[in-house]
Ligand binder design. Structure first.
Ligand code: HEM
Length: 463
């Protein structure tokens, strides 16, 4: 095995050698990843082993690790030394705002995590369960019979409605309708080929609605305006016992007894929208991609569901405990994680996986390549949910939600939502992949999705 410590060394930065890696120009390295995200990671792992250096356009050198010992070093390091906020900020700061938990480090990051944590903890999730089921039921009612349609699009619509209701606690009223439109526009933009115009500073040109950045800024301003008015209204109304995330955050206090400020709250609302919607929809699309060609797995899932529900309506609380459903979700996120890596910037020289690295470089815990190591995951390219049945995967060999103090804040929410959506869909319809579909993994703004939206056909629907 090629360990990081034994990795070939090519370059020295301030007396610290960096491991070898692709030597092609930066722009080509970025394009290669953009065109064939999974394949480029596989190529690099084959050529350079479990540790190598990549150089992306406009970024500092990044040392990529797929070794559990190195991943552990990354996830357990002092958060002041390995900074995720600084690494995320370059791209995400102008989009989600500079008060966002995603782009903060140190004490400010910890404060936000403490304030935002409670709405996402265990039992709280169950408040959102019946909403998740009802939204999915309504979507399924509208699916055509016998005619192909992209299921990814349907999952986006479901996860957007779920998150709008869970975050803002809005029922089907006029405010939801007014908020939905600009939100749909900027979420679509953030996940389209124009996303580069949002993510690259020099391309953030505001020439009104003619330019992607101009459209984004205007839609965002509209949403902020509506939300600010809603926040003022709720503050004036006082505590109402509501369980949506905005209401809980309006009442949250830090250890000094201070509430979140308006700007902070607005940035966090954006963060939850951007981080929570597309990731979950894309994960669901991948699950359908893996599941539909495997009637054996589908039948096991249905049998488990029948046992849990006695053929009656889906009870979201019970669905959360289904072991095989959980294994299917985990196996899909092992094979095709929607985020391929999580990144930290070194603030001080640090030893990772036995390798001394200089301040200023970035390190990546590569989710995709670690999940595909044959020595950690026998027969790694096969979709085998059974490998997760009765097994607890280690946090440094399986980490679709990242790790350490930066582990995804919405992991429990997303997992619960995926279970409720899948259980509802599987109990209502029989689906198959549309004939002739050939999947290609494609890079959207930051997530990797199956191409073409995964076209499916509904063969039968129960009422
Ligand atoms: C299947 C769906 C999801 C996936 C695969 C996913 C994945 C991730 C990953 C890989 C990270 C980075 C972790 C790290 O740097 O170590 C992250 C961070 C985060 N996610 Fe998720 N996520 C999902 C759903 C959600 C949802 C539903 C929400 C909220 C509603 C959410 C909110 C966040 C937030 C706030 C962070 C930043 C945490 C921090 O920096 O402290 N995510 N997510």
């Amino acid at each position: 095995m090629n360990t990081p410590a034994a990795a070939p060394v090519a370059e020295s930065r301030a007396h610290f050698p960096l491991p070898l890696g692709p030597r092609t120009p930066r722009i080509l390295q970025s394009l290669r990843y953009a065109r064939r995200p999974f394949a480029s990671l596989e190529d690099s792992a084959r050529r350079y082993g479990h540790c190598y250096t990549v150089r992306a356009f406009g970024q500092p050198p990044m040392v990529v690790f797929t070794d559990p010992e190195a991943i552990k070093d990354i996830f357990t390091a002092d958060a002041e030394d390995l900074r995720a906020g600084e690494a995320n900020g370059q791209i995400l700061g102008p989009i989600v705002g500079w008060h966002s938990v995603l782009v903060l480090d140190g004490d400010r990051h910890l404060r936000e995590r403490r304030l935002m944590g409670p709405p996402f903890h265990g039992e709280r999730m169950h408040h959102y369960g019946s909403n998740m089921r009802d939204i999915t039921d309504r979507a399924v009612d509208g699916w055509p019979l016998g005619r192909p349609f992209p299921i990814h699009r349907q999952m986006q619509s479901i996860t957007l409605d779920v998150i709008l209701r869970a975050i803002f606690g809005l029922d089907d009223g006029p405010l939801l309708a007014r908020l939905r439109e600009p939100i749909v526009c900027f979420l679509a933009l953030a996940d389209s080929p124009s996303a580069a115009f949002l993510a690259i500073r020099p391309l953030q040109i505001d020439l009104g609605r003619l330019t992607p950045w101009g459209r984004f800024v205007r839609d965002r301003a509209e949403v902020r305006h509506l939300l600010r008015a809603e926040m003022t209204r709720r503050r004036a109304a006082g505590p109402t016992g509501r369980t949506d995330i905005l209401s809980l955050l309006l009442e949250a206090r830090d250890e000094r007894g201070d509430p979140m400020g308006d700007e902070e709250l607005l940035d966090e609302m954006f963060t939850l929208l951007m981080a929570g919607h597309e990731t979950t929809a894309t994960s669901l699309a991948w699950i359908f991609h893996h599941l539909l060609p495997r009637p054996d797995v589908g039948e096991k899932l249905r049998a488990e569901l029948r046992r849990a529900t006695d053929g009656g309506p889906i009870d979201p609380g019970r669905v959360a405990q289904l072991e095989y459903l959980d294994a299917v979700i985990k196996e899909s996120s092992r094979l095709t994680p929607v985020a391929t890596s999580v990144i930290r910037r070194l603030n001080v020289p640090t030893r990772i996986g036995g390798l001394d690295l200089p301040a200023g470089v970035a390190v990546a815990a590569c989710i995709y390549a670690t999940h595909h190591r044959a020595d950690l995951w026998p027969d790694p390219e096969r979709f085998l949910p059974e490998r997760f049945v009765g097994a607890r995967p280690g946090p440094y060999t399986f980490f679709p939600f990242g790790g350490g103090v930066r582990r995804c804040l919405g992991a429990a929410f997303a997992t619960y939502e995926m279970k409720v959506v899948l259980a509802t869909v599987l109990s209502r319809v029989e689906l198959r992949l549309a004939p002739g579909y050939r999947m290609r993994p494609v890079l959207r703004a930051v997530t990797i999705a199956p191409s073409g939206g995964v076209p499916v056909v509904v063969e039968r629907r129960a009422v």
